[in-house]
Write a protein of this length. Structure first.
Length: 400
């Protein structure tokens, strides 16, 4: 945090010069969530009722802005293992009690150039490599400097240097689940809008430079490309994603490996019913632990099922073949954005031809004013990897 404060203080005088034009915007949001987990092999299930509150303020003057946001998470019902406290005789629910400075940043923004310095959230592309871990109550942020440049319309260069990753484990984080993980992380993304969608090339250098975090074995360099586009098909809309990356060891990682990543995803919105499917591969190298394709800074909940069985990729990699069905309504009576969704996953190893298991995920959500309510369910049926698990969530979100 010392480096973050130094950068903010260094930039502050330029903003003060325009103090007479300052406008203030309050920031506020709250989330109340009940989560239940029943997992084979553990003596008891987990029940968590947690309340997260975020509040802050953003000040703007001309091209300058400054933002400060704090957050707190409180376990109202704490019959669960939060990853830090108590014996792991219950399933993990990774939402420990916490109070923290979530964001503290200064930004200079012009139409063709934006630079943000300080503690901030960074979410790149679909968050498969770098994200904010928005589903977990404490989230993830970065002490970083980020520059976004648009030299010509439709072309964007996005470059970040992050020296600290503020994890979901909060102020009590320790050992392999630290409050913050230091390192020289570099995220580079160059994208261009084309007739078939946004085409991007990326380089993500992840430096988990803490011996307690898997003995440096989560440090990696990933280089790849991604296509993300939509097309109209009469009254329907087709969305598609293609992505490929090659990952290898980096910095102080003692492993010597190389592994591939591949994603093909397609979805059709018929103006009500929605159908989709895809195939995602996080490849294996030689079958040694942590030599498969790893994404420790991703928003992992968005990928490979909500049961969270593959947040760390198994030594033999993972292949996820999935299909989804959903239905959406713009309004149902007073409710807005009503959504129903079901997703099926079939998980297999990338090497050694093993069936890991299957998963079904269900979601129902709707908005009423500034309040969003959702119910989720995940059922993982284990074959040769992990254990049978059921998870259920009820959640209320409110935003100022």
């Amino acid at each position: 945090m010392t480096r973050t404060l130094f950068i903010l203080l260094a930039l502050a005088p330029a903003g003060v010069a325009h103090a007479q034009d300052v406008t203030l915007k309050p920031l506020g949001e709250a989330r109340l969530r009940y989560e239940n987990v029943d997992q084979d092999g553990l003596a008891a299930g987990s029940d968590a009722l947690t309340l997260r509150i975020r509040a802050g303020v953003e000040a703007k003057t001309g091209p300058w802005s400054a933002l400060v946001e704090g957050q707190g998470n409180l376990a109202v019902v704490d019959e669960y293992f939060d990853g830090l406290h108590g014996p792991a005789t219950r399933p993990l629910i990774a939402d420990p009690d916490n109070i923290a400075l979530a964001r503290a940043q200064i930004r200079y923004s012009r139409p063709a150039f934006t630079v943000t310095a300080g503690r901030q959230r960074i979410a790149l592309d679909d968050e498969r490599f770098v994200g904010g871990v928005g589903f977990r109550q404490n989230g993830q942020s970065f002490d970083a400097v980020r520059a976004e440049v648009t030299p010509i319309k439709g072309v964007k260069a996005d470059l970040s240097y992050a020296w600290s990753v503020r994890t979901i484990w909060g102020i009590d984080g320790a050992g392999p689940r630290q409050q913050a993980v230091s390192g020289d992380n570099v995220f580079a993304n160059l994208s261009a809008q084309t007739p078939v969608g946004k085409l991007a090339a990326f380089a993500y250098l992840v430096d988990q430079d803490e011996a307690a975090v898997q003995a440096y074995r989560m440090s990696s360099q990933s280089y790849g490309a991604r296509l993300d586009g939509t097309q109209k098909l009469g009254k329907a809309k087709l969305a598609y994603q293609l992505s490929y990356a090659r990952q290898s060891d980096w910095h102080r990682n003692p492993n010597d490996y190389a592994a591939d990543y591949f994603l093909a995803d397609v979805a059709v919105d018929l103006g009500g019913p929605r159908l989709g499917g895809g195939y995602e591969i996080l490849g294996a190298s030689n079958g040694t632990a942590l030599t498969s394709f790893q994404t420790p800074l991703a928003t992992g909940f968005k990928f490979q099922g909500w049961a969270d069985k593959f947040l760390t990729t198994p030594p033999d990699g993972v292949r996820d073949l999935y299909a989804s069905w959903g239905w959406g309504w713009k309004a149902v009576g007073p409710l807005k954005a009503v959504t129903l969704q079901a997703v099926y996953h079939d998980y297999r190893s990338d090497r050694a031809s093993r069936a890991y298991g299957e998963e079904i995920d269900l979601l129902a959500s709707a908005k009423l004013g500034k309040l969003t309510a959702s119910a989720r369910y995940a059922h993982y049926d284990a074959d040769t990897f992990a254990t049978d698990t059921d998870k259920f969530w009820l959640q209320l979100d409110w935003m100022l």
